[in-house]
Unconditional design. Structure first.
Length: 94
């Protein structure tokens, strides 16, 4: 399961986080981070900083994992979004 979070820093800057849930370790792992900016509100966002867990697959990967801003608020937001997407229901039978 992937959890995506987007934070608007201001009108022209945003941060985007992607977490991946590993059920065998019961852990949300940081899978990706992007800092994106745009020149004006009419322009599209461009990635200026990026971290991807699978770094060999991406050309722009200029932020080491330990430099990704991952504070308690972001961690708690990721957990809250993960929990909000869990459903409790009956198992379907044939």
């Amino acid at each position: 399961m992937r959890i995506e979070l987007e934070y608007l820093i201001d009108d022209l800057t945003r941060e985007w986080y992607v977490f991946w849930f590993d059920d065998s370790m019961k852990t949300l792992w940081l899978d990706g981070y992007e800092l994106q900016t745009k020149e004006t509100k009419r322009h599209k966002y461009k990635t200026v900083k990026q971290y991807k867990r699978l770094s060999g697959r991406h050309e722009l990967n200029n932020v080491p994992m330990n430099e990704v801003p991952l504070n308690d608020k972001i961690k708690n937001d990721a957990i809250a979004k993960f929990v909000s997407e869990i459903k409790v229901d009956y198992w379907f039978r044939d």
